[in-house]
Design a protein around this ligand. Sequence first.
Ligand SMILES: *Cc1c(COP(=O)(O)O)cnc(C)c1O
Length: 387
Amino acid sequence: MFNDNVIDRFQGLETPFYYYDLDLLRRTLAACSEAAGKYGFHVHYAMKANFDEQVLKAIQSYGFGADCVSGNEVLAALKYGFSKDKVVFAGVGKSDKEIIAALDADIFCFNVESVQELEVINDLAAARNKKARVAIRINPNVDAHTHHYITTGLDENKFGINTWQLNDVAEKLRSSASLEFVGIHFHVGSQITDMEVFRSLCVRINEIQTWFEDRGFTIKILNAGGGLGVNYHSPDQNNIADFDSYFKVFKDFLNVKPGQEVHFELGRVLVAQSSALISRVLYVKNGQRKNFLVLDAGMTELIRPMLYQAYHQIDNLSRTPENVTDAVKYDVVGPICESTDCFRKDVELPQSYRGDIIAVRTAGAYGQVMASGYNLRTPIQSVYSGE
Ligand SMILES: *Cc1c(COP(=O)(O)O)cnc(C)c1O
């Protein structure tokens, strides 16, 4: 990701910024597309992971659909050329205004997260003389074995409809003239690397599919959501995820009926590795027990370490790691006036100096999109290679 030319280019640029390696992004998209295509699976990109303009254009150009979680994401998907027939809209709290915008845009489907929401969408669609396509987001009670802050498929989470409410759902679907039921939807969490979780999910999807069919419903779409994780610990050796193994689990364990489509909503795994947060060392503070590297980027640029104790590899691009005999442990911190503004404690790095360029790796997903203006920080810029 960082050859000498790239690092030379960084020398002349103001920091911090997000650096996007669009070649790596394209290779990732091609790998995913090929692996899914083998089984005829459809992939929607979960736009909340990263909505940088160049990133969206690249993803759209590979034929992916868009999985949106707000009305503005729906509008952005359409603006960047995603076909309306490939736009889906999920979220526990869709406002009337957002639902109306999506109805007017004639998107493919709403992933509905409560019985009440079915009612609201039905009413709003009826008032517009439209039929809204809906998939039911069901909480399969599968433990994603991921960090509890990013697990979503358990009974205790706010997302989705629990299985004990399915009778109410079936009744509501039957009595709602402005809804067209198209399928069932699941999303059990994020940063999942254990394929066993997806196997369990397949088993639950098969059971729930049977439940609906036994009651006379036809299911056109099985949507398994997203959640496939990336390797934050060795971004250089594992820069493209093992899409083949992932899709093969669904090929092997999902009970797909003739004519059915299988949909996925991948976010993180498509974009995480192709971006890094680039920053400079402002100060090196040597304390009695601690050494601090104070960067010019902090939680306002990348909040994942502070929000969910996420690990990101940190590299000093100005020093060559091969000839490091002088490794020092630093607490790598940002400039923001919060004690939690620390990327990681005891990071082993070559002896570092003011002005060194630091890369916080695997920052393409849930990074730039969560940037904030706290402390009246300057909005962070993007820098690209491979345009
Ligand atoms: C966030 C989200 C995704 C994508 O999750 P990743 O872990 O980034 O793959 C997919 N579907 C829904 C409904 C989501 O909310």
